[in-house]
Design a protein around this ligand. Sequence first.
Ligand code: UD1
Ligand code: CA
Length: 450
Amino acid sequence: MNVRGCLAIVLAAGEGTRMRSAMPKVLHAIAGRSLLAHVLRAVAEAKVTAAAVVVGPHQQTVADEAERVLPGAQCFVQHERRGTAHAVLAARPALERKPDDILIVYGDTPLIRAETLSKLRAPLAAGAAVVVLGFRPADPAGYGRLVVEGGKLIAIREEADASESEKAIGLCNGGIMALAGAHALSILDRIGDDNRKREFYLTDAVEIARDLKLDAAVVEAEEDDVRGINTKAQLAEAEAVLQQRLRQAALEAGVTMIAPDTVFLAADTAFGKDVVIEPYVVFGEKVTVEDGAVIHAFSHLAGAHVGKKCSVGPFARLRPGTRLGEGARIGNFVETKEAAIAAGAKANHLSYIGDASVGANANIGAGTITCNYDGTAKHHTSIGQDAFIGSNTALVAPVEIGDGAYVGSGSVITGNVPADALALARARQVVKEKWATRLRSLKSLGKPKA
Ligand code: UD1
Ligand code: CA
């Protein structure tokens, strides 16, 4: 069987005016990943043979994101935003290579799945020239309506151009279309801008195909696969759908969540076996949690690796570059960043550990702070294994505490401490006997008589 080649074109040049944001729409994120990245990953997973991304004229940030997520994708600039068909034609050089199949995916439909994209290509192999992904949204407002007659798709009507009876149609355009490469350019070049918005609508491809005596087909998808994002409210809805999918997948993989609805995951959060997540935990991007770890309530993790049987929180914040060895414990109101905390080490209360390495089984007392920043540069703190840092210590980096060393509580440590030594760096305690008694009697002498 010969495998059909497929070019995917992702449209991402829209301004996203309805988002009311300075940032291009497709760079807004759900589950810690940009809308564009979600789409590009689905495209890559659908095993297309080539990918193109159409970006706007001043959208280098969008092109950069495409390059980061799918380095093989070719970027084309749509110099003026004149509609979705006009955007597709910005990728003309890729279309001219006449791939067997062409998938056109909007950059603002992030919940699309690879299997849905593959399903959409099937009718092309059977001879259709245009295949549209249809769905029946709970609220069709804003979507193009699919006009079907006698079981055949005859047109897509944009809401702005739809009659009252067309607006009553529940079957809508999901914003994903497959075109037969052999006919794509002759269809696209015939699309005009004779409509309310004076835009070149990709959706006109259906009527044009029919004029050319070519077949158009509809494949139906779930609403959750094709939710288009035009507004912040729709962004929040898509986030909710994706969170639900991610929680479900985590539960199926064996994670215990006491209140799954209160746990927020990133698309790439990875869990081992027998992980427990208490309520109200937020995961940013790039977190891995190994077997048997417990993440207690109200913790926030991003870019962190949590080793086997670790305990994190409640109320802990693990920032990027945190690596916890097996059985390490990070307790309440502890913040870590770029910190390698080895097996069995503990920081149980009220600490900041940044740009640091902490050796195995070291104990970091309550209130210990690594003073990593001098106002200009960041410096490293190294704490040896089995070291004991007394409570309320300030470790002024760069500084090294040797293996097994002790630091007395309340110290401000500005120099290295050798292994197994004791360092005390605090004002000596002064006691003045009866001082307070004398103060009180002086005060009572000075008091005016009642
Ligand atoms: C579009 C469809 C509508 C469908 C809906 C599904 C058209 C004309 N309408 O409407 O039938 O129900 O999506 O979500 O296709 N873009 C460009 N350049 C442009 C215009 C748009 O790259 O000149 C990109 C946008 O970045 C976006 C996508 O194309 O990713 C869709 O554009 P948008 O303006 O959101 O179309 P809708 O009005 O949502
Ligand atoms: Ca849209």
